[in-house]
Write a protein that binds this ligand. Structure first.
Ligand code: NAD
Length: 319
């Protein structure tokens, strides 16, 4: 069995590899070559933790496995990341365990890759202003991946805890982009692309605030009860997702589906746009929305890429 520890991941895999792995697996999902198994997520009644499994199989690349982990809110006080996860990959021909891979950095990379893939395929071509809602751990990964998809000239940001906005300002500065703290009205009217990545349980961005042909990547809502975007805004948009079954149950779409303003048939898998079987955005005025719920196959795709790179590195070192 190959073990790729959490510490080794950063030296193996980068944003480009993550992007390509996620784009390919979204396409495989839409063509029904890859599928996710039902997600298990449980409050375990200890350490206030949420623990679960995400798993799936990609028949095209023969990647089979699961990501196990969850959320331990007390970790930060111990100097640890609250989200903890590990990926286990199996040999699709024999069922034998193939690899154990640290999943924390991979989760951030694959989540950022998902919104970046949505920006590549759905955002207006001339997008100049990136709006960020959220300034937590994932936000910097999101910003770094997003700016590689369009020639953004400015980043504007809002956060429920404004004292955290320095994180966005610092990341924008590293990327050579000006950063401005903004109101939600300003983000809704000025940003060409908006990424929401918070743990909110109430709508933050309201329908009336978004006035143009914006692309919104909703990345924070990955559990029943969470919400970042007003349901009416979701219902008004042309909606894409990683996986429809997750979008309607645990994603941002759950609320518009729940109040009857959005139907499952109105939602398209992003993979269909990647495959060319859906046209995606049809005009600069169109409001597009990607509900990125986070699927197990994304984790398996990036973990498999990391394992391949680890094997190559070991062979190179020996040779
Ligand atoms: P974090 O704890 O580091 O940051 C939380 C963010 O949410 C901060 O911006 C914080 O200010 C904001 N926030 C907290 N309480 C809020 C409230 N009541 N209202 C509005 N905003 C609030 O978390 P993170 O690691 O950056 O993750 C952010 C979200 O993304 C979480 O909900 C997490 O579950 C989700 N996530 C989704 C995926 C996916 O694939 N879709 C993957 C990883 C994480």
């Amino acid at each position: 069995m190959i073990i790729v520890t959490e510490k080794e991941i950063a030296g193996l895999i980068d944003r480009k590899i993550s992007f390509e792995a996620v784009e390919a697996v979204f396409a495989a999902m839409a063509s029904k070559d890859a599928y996710n198994f039902p997600v298990i997520r449980e409050a375990i009644g200890h350490a206030d933790a949420l623990y679960g499994f995400k798993s799936g199989f990609d028949r095209k690349s023969l990647v089979l496995g699961l990501k196990s982990g969850g959320y331990w809110p007390g970790n930060e006080a111990r100097g640890l990341t609250n989200h903890q996860s590990t990926v286990i990959l199996f040999d699709a021909d024999t069922g034998m365990v193939k690899a154990l891979v640290g999943g924390n950095l991979l989760t951030a990379l694959r989540t950022a890759a998902a919104s970046a893939v949505s920006i590549k395929h759905l955002a207006p071509k001339g997008a100049k202003v990136l709006g960020m809602i959220g300034a937590g751990h994932q936000s910097t990964f999101q910003m770094r991946a997003a700016v590689e998809q369009r020639d953004f000239e400015k980043v504007i940001g809002w956060n429920f805890h404004p004292e955290m906005l320095g994180r966005l300002a610092d990341t924008a500065a590293e990327l050579g982009l000006p950063f401005e703290e903004a109101s939600l009205d300003q983000i809704g009217s000025e940003a060409d692309v908006i990424i929401s990545i918070t743990s909110s349980h109430d709508p933050i961005l309201l329908d009336a605030q978004v006035t143009g042909g914006t692309h919104i990547a909703c990345m924070g809502t990955d559990t029943k009860g969470k919400q970042e975007i007003e349901a009416a805004l979701v219902a008004r948009a042309t909606v894409f997702t990683d996986e429809i079954a997750q979008a309607v149950t645990i994603g941002e779409c759950q609320h518009a589906i729940g109040n009857g303003t959005l139907k499952e048939a109105d939602i398209t898998e992003l993979g269909a746009v990647i495959n060319g079987s859906h046209q995606g955005r049809t005009s600069d005025d169109e409001l597009t929305l990607f509900d990125g719920t986070g699927v197990g196959l994304q984790d398996l795709a990036v973990a498999s890429a990391a394992v391949d790179l680890a094997i190559r590195k070991t062979a190179d070192n020996k040779g």
